[in-house]
Design a protein around this ligand. Sequence first.
Ligand code: MG
Length: 385
Amino acid sequence: MAGAAGLTRLVVLGATGSIGRQTLQVAQRLDLDVVGLAARGASNDLLQIAADWPQARVVAAESGSASDELASSLGARFDRGPEALIGLAATPDAVVVNGVVGAAGLAPSVAALEVGNRLALANKESLVAGGPVVADALRRGGGELIPVDSEHSAIWQCLVGEPTDSLRRLILTASGGPFRGRTRAGLTTVSVDDALAHPTWAMGPRITIDSATLMNKAFEVIEAHHLFAASYDAIDVVVHPQSIVHSMVEFSDGSVKAQMGDPDMRHPISYAITYPDRAPVASEPFAAAGRTLTFEAPDVETFPCLELGFKAGRMGGSAPAVLNASDEVAVEAFLAGRIPFLAISEIVATTLERVEHRAVATVGDVVEIDAEARVVAAEAVARIT
Ligand code: MG
């Protein structure tokens, strides 16, 4: 993935978001050649980042009127619209970090893999909603798909050098979110601010709410199924509040490997870019002494989203896309103060039942199912409000 000068050519999709910003910190630290930057909308943040990386092509995926200003100040290196985002992902010989939030991340993932790029994937929807489509693009384009999510990066690292038929079980760790230890009754009146106060990871609002409901872990189970060709019976979730063990793999001989470290997304981002090499990332040395690591079974009564994820994953086809779209609608409604916290899982469960189950083969199929699920989920929200 090296350019003419031997530098890694990097494209960052979702550049103004949490993953994007940390990726650019890594890029600066490792002296990478950032050749592309994209964000959802035109903003001062995007303009500022564009100024930091004067060689990069810049894309605003939504071509609103705010992008006129960017067009005039960035000139020929600026483009807008969803097609421009896909074009940027297809930049030749690049490592594409996809930190787009939402279903808009699927098409650029497919585009990056189709031209044989390395895709460092942080966009959940690519594998959750479009798992079969991404797998197909990976096969056809001969690109590489390397996870950025800390759990999947941990599993990836545990599997390096191991025979592929030796995998017995994947054990995904979950922080348990801000409501770990609460009962269902104790969650009836929790506020948006309560739910946004994640104990160990600083992330965007949707993923933080998804961590509070454990839906984020449900998505990660589905992603792990696709990334590591693991059956759902071979994937377990364990709650580990300290977020030090990022995940584990159990092998056929009973040996268990875990990957550990202080929670810092720059580590898995850096690893996805430099794999199989490792690069120096500025961080404090890990201090093991004095740490207490605890593990407990997830409370599936209080947090039904985890089971909904296993259910949708086993159904396959359109079900995971419905899971994702309905959750996004429900989380938006919760963040807007329109529905209570516990209604999120109810809306998802209802939508999973109402949207007709079918196969998924193309990005178009996913877009269609996503749109249909949003309508059904919005109806479910309207019945509550
Ligand atoms: Mg994660």
